[in-house]
Design a protein around this ligand. Structure first.
Ligand code: 4AD
Ligand code: MG
Length: 430
């Protein structure tokens, strides 16, 4: 019977046939151990000389890494393997013999692995990270569907910029100038006025000259936007959502977290509510922690975020940043117009900002003033102003960066390993 590795537990003591690749191999005298993978998982195939034909044993012993095959054998329980099962191989049909696979079990440098990303994805570690990414995506749809949000797809080609004009990828749109979207937010605000609670999930592009372990040029963002919701209510949605995806990964990715040697004790207590610290208090905390030069009004860099996160064992919201260092659309604080109703959510363990969000300005006059200050003119922004002209309501939203969240939950150092084909400052290949 044809099956897959992930289905093997349903076939204990049965003989099954699986299409697989050889990930690794050990053999000695009368026995060969094949580390098999089929995309759904990894299993050890044991080939004993006495149990198979001479031809099959010769094939097993000579099998090269990444050769493909159909392998037939009996599934048995095996307490020593993290998967809990192995296969006693009875027959092998070689499909394709791979020669000189470049990624050997020895250590390779990062640049070499990145140049072979199309093959590197097959490794056990990369497989685990991609499965965790998939689980976060699955849990995201589950969470927002359960909460009554409608999925809306904002355009990728746009004429307006949400987060500032310096980081845009320009492209020709026939005779017009267009950009690749850096955030779907402005369109999601329009969608929220039509559908109430909405979320988007799509690729975004930032022409940032940043070369850090947290920055990609192309990354995926989940952007919920909610009508009739203030900043406080939005923070509650955020902490519930993040808790839900963490608990889903813990529940459904046990083998993957094990393969990555992730210390899951650090994830288990990630449940709402999350702590909140104001920007003002964060400045005081940073000064206490030895960042004596930081002044009120300055933005935080990665070292600041990491130092703040160290004071908490859960993700922490830094709230009410100075208006001057945040985007034009953020609602001023009612008592202190120099700060805005916004928050960044900082992940623990040095993974940095995973969410940026805010309440949006809903007053037409105030938004017009902001347009003036930021020089936002032209037809591209006309429609956004009209959202404040016709039945404007308080509304809030946020954006969660998928890759930084994958990095945090997987425990991988750099976001380049959290997306199948990373786009980095110096990398467009493969
Ligand atoms: O803080 P950002 O820039 O917020 C926005 O774009 C808002 N318009 C979202 C909204 O309110 N709808 O980006 C949101 C998140 C960040 O917190 C971070 O997780 C991620 O997107 N992000 C990046 N991830 C990888 N590489 C980059 N270059 C990123 N820039 C932002
Ligand atoms: Mg941000």
């Amino acid at each position: 019977m044809k099956t897959t590795i992930s289905q093997a537990p349903q076939h204990v003591e049965e003989s099954v046939r699986i299409g697989a690749w050889l990930a690794n191999k050990r053999s000695s005298g009368k026995i060969a151990f094949l580390q098999l993978r089929d995309g759904t998982g990894f299993i050890q195939g044991v080939v004993a000389k006495n149990d198979v034909s001479e031809e099959t044993f010769r094939l097993a012993k000579g099998m090269t890494q990444e050769s493909s095959m159909y392998v037939t054998g009996k599934i048995v329980e095996d307490a020593r393997s993290p998967f809990g099962y192995e296969m006693q191989v009875s027959d092998i049909e070689l499909i394709h013999e791979a020669t000189d696979y470049p990624i050997t079990p020895k250590e390779h440098g990062t640049e070499f692995l990145m140049d072979h990303r199309h093959l590197w994805l097959r490794s056990k570690k990369q497989h685990a990270v991609m499965k965790i990414r998939n689980e976060i995506i699955r849990a995201t749809y589950q969470f927002f569907n359960q909460q009554g949000f409608v999925k809306v797809d904002p355009p990728i080609l746009t004429g307006s910029s949400a987060e500032g004009t310096t980081e845009l990828f320009h492209t020709k749109y026939f005779e017009e100038e267009a950009y690749l979207s850096q955030s779907g937010q402005l369109y999601m605000e329009a969608a929220a006025m039509a559908l109430g609670k909405v979320f988007s999930f799509g690729p975004t592009f930032r022409a940032e000259k940043s070369k850090t372990r947290r920055h990609l040029i192309e990354f995926w963002m989940i952007e919920p936007e909610m009508a009739f919701m203030d900043h406080e209510e939005s923070l509650e949605v955020q902490e519930q959502y993040v808790s839900f995806i963490v608990q889903s990964v813990l529940e459904n990715c046990k083998l993957e977290l094990h393969a990555l040697e992730r210390d899951t004790s650090k994830l288990e207590n990630i449940k709402e509510p999350f702590p909140r610290i104001s920007y003002d208090d964060a400045i005081t905390l940073l000064k206490e922690k030895g960042f004596e030069d930081i002044e009120w009004g300055e933005d935080f860099g990665a070292p600041h975020e990491t130092a703040i996160a160290e004071s908490f064992d859960k993700p922490v919201f830094i709230t009410n940043y100075p208006a001057d260092i945040k985007a034009f659309y953020m609602q001023p604080h009612p008592d202190r117009p120099e700060v805005v109703l916004c928050a960044d959510l900082i992940a623990p363990e040095g993974y940095g900002e995973i969410i940026g969000g805010s309440q949006r300005i809903d007053d037409l006059k105030l938004m017009e003033e902001r347009y003036e200050q930021h020089g936002l003119t032209g037809p591209a922004y006309k429609w956004y102003l009209e959202l404040r002209r016709y039945g404007s309501v308080p509304h809030s939203g946020f954006g969660l960066g998928l890759e930084r969240t994958v990095a945090w939950l997987s425990g991988v150092e750099h976001v380049r390993e959290t997306i199948p084909f990373p786009r980095l400052l110096n990398r467009l290949y493969p």
